[in-house]
Design a protein around this ligand. Sequence first.
Ligand SMILES: *Cc1c(COP(=O)(O)O)cnc(C)c1O
Length: 347
Amino acid sequence: MYPRLVIDLKKIEKNIVTLNEILNKNGVEMVGVTKLFMGNENIANAFVSGGVNVLGDSRIENIVRMKEDSVKARYMMIRIPPLSHLEIMVEHVDIFLVSEPETAMKIDELAQREVSLIYMVDVGDLREGVFYREAVEEILGVKRKLKKAKIIGVGTNVGCFGGVLPTKENLKMIVDIAKAVNAEVISVGGTVYLKALEEGFLPKEVNQFRIGEAVLLGTDVTGNRNIPYLEQGTVILEAEVIEIKRKPSKPIGPTGYDSMGRKPEFEDLGERLRAILAVGEQDINPSGLIPLDEGAKVVHASSDHTIVDVTEVDRKIRVGDVMRFRTNYSATLRAVTSPYVEKLYKR
Ligand SMILES: *Cc1c(COP(=O)(O)O)cnc(C)c1O
């Protein structure tokens, strides 16, 4: 049945091994981030067999599932934890990323064994973390009060929210803070930090990268590039054609907003051959689909339908045919989490 997501484990394993070797050579440990595939055991085991010892996920459900699936690793909770999740989390999580004294103290109080904390510092992306100017004071204050939990490091995240890129300056900020609070680990993420390594401005003190996208898709969405030494095409979406007709390219009559509250603009290209696929906004992000058919162009989608202009595609497309697409980060994320998309992990 379609739609279906075909995930190439061989390519992903190869990416993991390639990147892990590069990182290790530079004194950097990889944390394998599994959230894109909801903590799927095939992906988790690919990290472990590729030499990665710590797996990071943003959802406790995924971590619990990986443990139930007997994936042998240490587990990092990469989203700063909600207080209401802590009781269950301290049972399963070995390393927490934190940014609130209250949360750190609550983890300390609930922990039955030693747990590690990495204190997040905001160097400008404006998502999680104590703002860099207040970081040293806040971290030292928390450190003094902890009993069972231990602050082993400091961390940053850039790219994901504000789209901030790693720079010499924002890396120096985290290194200076690490020194001031005597942190062993400097943990950075995500994938966009590979640029710093490639371009030679990664400080030698940085010793941990939290990586998902690079090895799972071979891309760096924040840096807007394919990573040249990693493989793309790891994930392919297959969707079925349910209508194929020639129609005008511009809607007829006055227009308001579409089903998603947007006001799409359509260029008048005259009559075009348009395929409707049985997949939509509920399953994918249409702007993140890259057709494998040369000449095909994704026009737009509503919740259950995606329209592809196939006028310039060489093969004859019929009802019942399958079209294939590479998926970017956001399209993959939505497809993985859609219960309507079948997942095939193949080797
Ligand atoms: C998602 C995430 C990562 C991994 O980012 P990628 O860009 O997928 O490599 C790292 N750290 C945190 C805190 C994250 O939320």
